[in-house]
Unconditional design. Structure first.
Length: 238
């Protein structure tokens, strides 16, 4: 991706959900919009990047070294550590993620991805979204949910203890709700059971993204058979 391609990105869009929530249909709808490229799952590749950024931001060692007021020297074990700029590191990591993972195309106006593993690192959930909000162009967050009993009966979830599954879903949705309450202006909550059968239920998505509602496009996407109907176990899934 060239610098000019990077600069043409008007917004970034992130689907935050759990497995078997119907999020691939949502991804397909977004990819049907002109100039949108919504990548699929990436095994939570963002997490280790954010962990390094967050670690530097909260580093007591760096704060102590800066408080001394004199640069560290080449004879010291943490030589140069206090000079690392956490904000610049975050921006550079975000640029690499955008360029190498999201990979906008020549005519891309909006780019992003969906992931089902956000809740698996709960301590990093808010930092990951903060990272995206801080360093990605015009970040928009879509929280996608589905009726819990349907999720329990779908894919790998049906091989797990029902109570364990319900606890995971409830914990994930609590993380979603907490972030939305604190950042309502850039968040949209969608429910698969609402939009899977009703074209009108997609209108809030178009409004949220500032796109004109296209009933014919919605009908076409809803009528298209998804290619992953036979489920596959995701990477890192027990």
């Amino acid at each position: 991706m060239t610098q000019s391609q990077h600069m043409q990105i008007q917004k970034t869009v992130f689907i935050i959900t759990y497995g078997r929530s119907g999020s691939t249909l949502l991804q397909n709808m977004l990819n049907a919009l002109p100039g949108y490229v919504l990548r699929g799952e990436n095994a939570n590749l963002l997490a280790p990047l954010v962990r390094s950024w967050q670690g530097l931001r909260r580093s007591e060692q760096a704060a102590t070294m800066r408080a001394r007021g004199t640069p560290s020297g080449p004879h010291q074990p943490w030589f140069g550590y206090e000079a690392i700029d956490a904000d610049q590191l975050g921006q550079d990591l975000a640029d690499v993620f955008l360029r190498q993972v999201l990979r906008p195309e020549a005519d891309t106006r909006a780019v992003g991805f969906k992931e089902i593993r956000w809740h698996e690192t709960p301590a990093l959930f808010a930092p990951m979204l903060e990272f995206l909000q801080r360093y990605m162009p015009e970040a928009h967050f879509i929280f996608n949910t589905r009726a819990h009993e349907e999720v329990c009966r779908s894919g790998w979830w049906k091989t797990m203890d029902r109570r364990v599954v319900l606890d995971q879903l409830e914990s994930a949705e609590q993380l979603y709700q907490d972030w939305q309450a604190a950042h309502p202006q850039r968040c949209l909550a969608l429910h698969y059971n609402d939009y899977a059968q009703s074209p009108e239920a997609w209108q809030p998505l178009f409004e949220f993204l500032g796109e004109p509602y296209d009933a014919e496009l919605v009908e076409a996407v809803l009528g298209r058979k998804l290619m992953h109907m036979k489920w596959q176990k995701p990477a890192n899934r027990p």
